[in-house]
Each structure stands twice: as structure tokens, then as C-alpha cells.
Design a protein around this ligand. Structure first.
Ligand SMILES: CC(C)(COP(=O)(O)OP(=O)(O)OC[C@H]1O[C@@H](n2cnc3c(N)ncnc32)[C@H](O)[C@@H]1OP(=O)(O)O)[C@@H](O)C(=O)NCCC(=O)NCCS
Length: 114
């Protein structure tokens, strides 16, 4: 698999870019945060999500981060499975955080210690 290329580097923010996916990472002192990740629908299920998360973990360690955080909808089983498999644990919930659909979806805040 092609490795990710970093095409954007503004202070503390990195865009890991792959032809069929991306991950946006923000570093802030000892904390990093995955702001967004996406894989093209036709490319899903072939390991690119794992690769992007692994690359983000490497980058966070290079920057001496102690933890990596993220937020995901309770109704996103693919992303929840991806993060759990990569060692992220739920640390809190933001009730009805995503309001685009129906009565809202909780945001699950997850963390991995590095
Ligand atoms: C979440 C997303 C990035 C995963 O990307 P991907 O390239 O399909 O992920 P991978 O192929 O590396 O699979 C990673 C893990 O995700 C889980 N997964 C992937 N597809 C799945 C599916 N259809 N159903 C359930 N779990 C799934 C599995 O646990 C898988 O690990 P495994 O293959 O070891 O079992 C992709 O589905 C996506 O872009 N979704 C839309 C955007 C989004 O929801 N972003 C997250 C916002 S927080």
C-alpha cells in the first residue's frame, strides 16, 4: 500500500493524504487529536483506515504526544471498530452532540495513551 504523504503542515496540524483517503491530525503539546478521517467508499474495507490511524499514531509519537483523542458518533460502527481495534478507549460521551439526523446522536470521546 502507498504510504501517506503529508501535504499540509500549518502549525500543529497535519493532513495525511493518500489517493483514496485522508486523516487530519492536530497536535497541541502533549495531546494530539484526530479531527477527521475518510476513505473513499470504493476503497473501504481494505486496510486504508488502519494505515491512516497507524500513521497518525507514529506522527503523534514523533511529536512526543502522550495521548491521542478523537470523537465519533455512537452510530458509526465502522469507525468505532477501527478505533477500538487500534487501542482507543471510550472516556466520555457528549449526549445528542450530532444533531443532523432525528433526535441526535451521542458523540463518543475516545483516547489512546501513547
Ligand atoms: C471509518 C473508515 C475511515 C474506515 O476506513 P476503512 O479503510 O474501511 O478501514 P479498514 O479497511 O482499515 O478497516 C478498519 C476496521 O474498521 C472496521 N470496519 C471496516 N469496515 C467495516 C464494516 N463495513 N463494518 C464494520 N466494521 C468495519 C473493522 O474493524 C476493520 O478492521 P478489520 O479489517 O481488522 O476487521 C471508513 O469507513 C470511512 O471513511 N467512513 C466514512 C467517514 C467516517 O465515518 N469517518 C469517521 C468519522 S469519526
Amino acid at each position: 500500500m502507498d504510504s501517506c504523504k503529508e501535504t499540509l503542515e500549518i502549525p500543529g496540524t497535519f493532513l495525511l493524504l493518500h489517493p483514496e483517503g485522508f486523516l487530519l491530525l492536530r497536535m497541541s503539546g502533549p495531546e494530539g487529536e484526530i479531527l477527521s478521517i475518510g476513505v473513499a467508499p470504493t476503497a473501504r474495507g481494505h486496510g486504508l483506515g488502519h494505515h491512516l490511524v497507524a500513521t497518525a499514531l507514529e506522527k503523534a509519537r514523533e511529536h512526543n504526544a502522550r495521548t491521542l483523542l478523537l470523537e465519533v458518533s455512537e452510530k458509526n460502527p465502522e469507525a468505532l471498530a477501527l478505533y477500538k481495534k487500534n487501542g482507543f478507549l471510550e472516556i466520555s460521551r457528549r449526549p445528542k452532540y450530532y444533531t443532523r439526523q432525528g433526535n441526535g446522536e451521542d458523540a463518543i470521546v475516545m483516547q489512546k495513551n501513547l
